[in-house]
Design a binder for this molecule. Structure first.
Ligand SMILES: Cc1cc2nc3c(=O)[nH]c(=O)nc-3n(C[C@H](O)[C@H](O)[C@H](O)COP(=O)(O)O)c2cc1C
Length: 218
């Protein structure tokens, strides 16, 4: 099949080694940040924070989060151009949703007089919230939508990436406590340009289950 979307998805791969001499341009970074921000989420909740690791100091801190586990992912942090922490709010509240509604009012989607009515969608959050106020399973799921959207946007720009669940959420929570401010990072995305000689995954054929197995058109 030939189509630009299919070409993006067939040619992108999870980079296993990065070219440390290459950095993403500011122009492309701006596109990636906007793609992240525009990601859809349930009830437009946007229960996320995208923390971008760019400076050498931040890279050193991120590098240090691999002290205990997932060391196979550690080399990417310093070699690649950027790493984005996709963090979720484990206790999304009515107040959090109030910020979304206020943005809707500012952006002309909701009239000020309908503010209370707009909280109707919050029923969805209640359905996904435990007695202790924890709704992390639901907010975490939203970050994966942004992750996929960012990966495809990067591919469109010819930028390589590595999604990583192999990150130490606990140590990231300690080392980036100030920036996370209670949010939790279970998944991150490395961005940059793969090393043409060392990245074995670039040379492997794409492999997925057959369409007949995973897609049923009724
Ligand atoms: C949510 C998620 C987490 C992943 N975690 C890691 C990881 O920690 N390290 C890694 O090298 N690859 C990781 N991968 C990459 C997958 O193994 C890869 O996407 C899959 O094998 C398909 O290969 P492709 O991305 O090259 O098409 C992850 C992928 C996803 C979507």
């Amino acid at each position: 099949m030939t189509h630009p979307i299919i070409n993006d998805l067939e040619t992108r791969h999870t980079a296993k080694r990065y070219d440390a001499t290459k950095r993403i341009s500011q122009k492309n970074l701006a596109v990636i940040y906007e793609a992240m921000r525009l990601s859809p989420s349930s009830i437009n909740s946007q229960p996320w924070k995208f923390i971008v690791i760019e400076s050498d100091a931040a890279k050193q801190r991120m590098h240090d989060t691999f002290a205990n586990k997932f060391q196979f992912n550690q080399p990417h942090i310093k070699a690649a151009s950027h790493t984005v922490l996709f963090a979720h709010n484990p206790k999304y509240t009515r107040e959090s949703y109030g910020q979304v509604i206020d943005a809707d009012i500012k952006n002309g989607r909701t009239q000020q007089e309908n503010r209370e009515q707009a909280f109707g969608g919050y029923a969805f959050v209640d359905l996904n919230t435990g007695e202790d106020g924890n709704n992390a399973a639901w907010t975490r799921a939203q970050t994966y939508i942004a992750l996929g959207n960012t990966m495809h946007s990067a591919a469109r720009l010819g930028i390589d990436s590595t999604p990583m669940e192999g990150v130490d959420a606990e140590l990231i929570g300690e080392i980036f406590a100030e920036e996370l401010d209670g949010y939790v990072c279970d998944v991150a995305l490395v961005l940059g340009y793969h090393d043409k000689t060392e990245d074995y995954n670039a040379k492997l054929p794409k492999s997925r289950l057959p369409a007949e197995q995973v897609i049923q058109v009724l």
